[in-house]
Design a protein around this ligand. Structure first.
Ligand SMILES: Cc1cc2nc3c(=O)[nH]c(=O)nc-3n(C[C@H](O)[C@H](O)[C@H](O)COP(=O)(O)O)c2cc1C
Length: 149
């Protein structure tokens, strides 16, 4: 099993690019990683460290490719008590439901017993034309927290 499983939810690709960029940075820092773009519930490990990166669409909605996983978390309530996760949302402040998807995902993961590491990063694309930049800064402190697990 990889040290860190990156799980992305994206409609237009930005969140996927951020996930791929962070995977490279994690590898540089000595972690092995696995990338899952919009995985199904049976594709995700039920222990270890997840890094969930999701944009928001509709009105605070989960991207289509991550909806099956989200719904499975709500309906099947898998035991994720051996999972630690970090969370990054990408959205636009022009919506009232700014980064609504990552908030929903965070709540669903916690309801399954997963424990969050660090604070959720919410990237406003109006402010950050290149979302990889704030994500990389956040990752620098996040991966240090993993040492204490
Ligand atoms: C139709 C549409 C609806 C959106 N709704 C939201 C929203 O409710 N909340 C939010 O924070 N951002 C919203 N956004 C902004 C996207 O999350 C943002 O453009 C993001 O960079 C898209 O990432 P992606 O390329 O990974 O899909 C919306 C964008 C579009 C095009």
């Amino acid at each position: 099993m990889a040290d860190i499983t990156l799980i992305s939810g994206s409609t237009l690709g930005s969140a996927e690019y951020v996930a791929e960029h962070l995977a490279e940075k994690l590898e540089d820092a000595g972690f092995s990683s696995e990338m899952l773009h919009g995985p199904m519930i049976d594709e995700v490990p039920t222990e270890g460290i997840w890094l969930v990166i999701s944009s928001t669409h509709g009105a605070g909605d989960i991207p289509d490719n991550l909806l099956p996983l989200y719904e499975a978390l709500l309906e099947q309530k898998p035991d994720l008590s051996k999972v630690h996760f970090g969370a990054i949302g990408i959205g636009s402040r022009e919506y009232d439901t700014f980064c609504g998807a990552i908030d929903k995902l965070e709540a669903a993961l916690k309801a399954c017993g997963a424990k969050q590491v660090g604070e959720t990063l919410r990237i406003n694309v109006l402010e950050h034309e290149i979302p990889e930049d704030p994500a990389e800064i956040w990752l620098g402190s996040w991966h240090l927290l993993l040492r204490d697990l």
